[in-house]
Design a protein around this ligand. Sequence first.
Ligand code: PEP
Length: 241
Amino acid sequence: MILAANWKMYLNENDSKEFIKKMHLESDIFEEKNIMIFPSHSSIRTVKNNSNLPNMIIGMQDCSEILDGAFTGENSISSINIDACIVGHSERRNNFNESNETIEKKLNNSLKCVKNTILCIGEKKEEKERNETYHVIEEQLSILPKDLQGSRLIIAYEPVWSIGTGLVPTNEYISDILSFVKKYLKELYSSEICEDILLFYGGSVDEENIKKLSEISLLNGFLVGSASCKFEKFKKMIKAI
Ligand code: PEP
């Protein structure tokens, strides 16, 4: 199991440094675990400079759809050495109106430039209520390149109605969606490629529910927001997986 921590804008540079220091003080707990940390962009360098846990991957929470040029304020994926990038997070889709077309460009940049790409997918509450979940997911997956090359692809199923709300779907609900994703991937790619694609769940995961969620057989890891920013909660989640 992999635990990916999306720190959003919760932790500033000092907070991030302190967090990493605490991890190193208890390195015996963390060093054997597969951890991905996504600090805010301005804290990436500090996190990188202060960490040397062998299995820890550091990445960007998002990247520009453009690689270089006169685009003030944008963060190109090639602007810093990182090993992972998240694209298509629902906060980008919904708060910044990112279309599937934009996310496709980001996805391709990430696949080309870094070792691990997390593509987030998931339905909104109203889409679920209109029974459109599978349709939405299919549309979000339709941007996957037919010729998948470059980084390891991770699909993170994150129902929007679960993010930051404390509402967590049942294991059965998540399993059904992941089976659908798996089937979609099998139709698109060879079995060798499919074996390398990982499936994550995200949405209100915390130290209380992670153990039960880990029972989902198709799951390879979690993308965790707010609970991953609190050291004690993070530690408990790491111990539980
Ligand atoms: C997220 O934003 O990716 C997320 C899963 O958030 P939270 O864990 O806070 O619901």
